[in-house]
Design a protein around this ligand. Structure first.
Ligand SMILES: C[S@@+](CC[C@H](N)C(=O)[O-])C[C@H]1O[C@@H](n2cnc3c(N)ncnc32)[C@H](O)[C@@H]1O
Length: 222
């Protein structure tokens, strides 16, 4: 197993399951943010009713499962077997839903049927060099298809490739994964340079309460 997969397996074991129902009493829902019951929904993906959609770094699969319940064909790709085991246990067998264990770059390079939308929620777009990833995503989008992603906004002055630490036991070093942090205007430039159009990038403020970190949300057309 790769170091990346081992790191994300460790992360997975530290993360709680998605709640059985959200504040509206729904059993499936889409969440772009780090806060419960906050932010936009599937409308960001601008999908037709029978669209085909790819979740890059689907984790435990809750967002992809929601899209499948709406009648879309949803593929969730993740490098972590522990994340995918949790996804299969909770959502496996739902019509229109497929989970694939793969590194995202390798999956995109494989080719195959294209997608109407590709998205990443604190997922692969955050944890992969955009110079390698964005052209591959564009290649796998149908013309006019949507790329949308969310992640934590950068800390002021800390831009480009950064280290994220995944804690382990007291006697062990943390595991490290790389992430790519940019301000909204830089994402807009990167996406336009890759050939995307209609690019938007903004930071959605946190909901009322003690926590102040917003959510960077970016959308673009292939
Ligand atoms: C912070 S988690 C977010 C998971 C999920 N999108 C969510 O909102 O709960 C990041 C996910 O991206 C996956 N990931 C990171 N790098 C990846 C890569 N190169 N290929 C596939 N999956 C990757 C990890 O295994 C992990 O499940």
């Amino acid at each position: 197993m790769t170091e990346t997969a081992i790191a994300w397996n460790t992360y997975s074991q530290q993360r709680p399951e998605r709640r059985p129902v959200n504040a509206a009493g729904e059993t499936t829902w889409f969440n772009w943010t780090q806060y419960a019951d906050h932010g936009p929904g599937v409308e960001l993906l601008d999908l037709r009713p029978d669209g085909r959609v790819l979740d890059l770094g689907c984790g435990k699969g809750g967002n992809a499962a929601h899209l499948a319940t709406l009648g879309l064909d949803a593929v969730g790709v993740d490098v972590s077997p522990v994340q995918l085991r949790a996804a299969e246990e909770r959502w496996g067998g739902a019509p229109g839903l497929e989970f694939r264990r793969a590194d995202a770059l390798a999956y995109l390079q494989e080719g195959g049927e294209d997608f109407d939308a590709v998205y990443s929620v604190y997922g692969v777009v955050w944890f992969t060099d955009p110079a390698a990833l964005l052209p591959l995503v564009r290649d796998r989008l149908r013309p006019g298809g949507t790329l949308a992603f969310s992640q934590r906004p950068p800390v002021e002055g800390c831009y480009g490739c950064q280290a994220s630490y995944i804690p382990r036991g007291e006697d062990e070093d943390p595991l490290v994964v790389k992430r790519w942090d940019y301000e909204p205007h830089v994402w807009i430039s990167l996406l336009r340079e890759t050939g995307f159009t209609d690019v938007t990038a903004q930071v959605l403020p946190a909901p009322p309460g003690n926590r102040k970190t917003g959510t960077l949300i970016v959308t673009a057309r292939g």
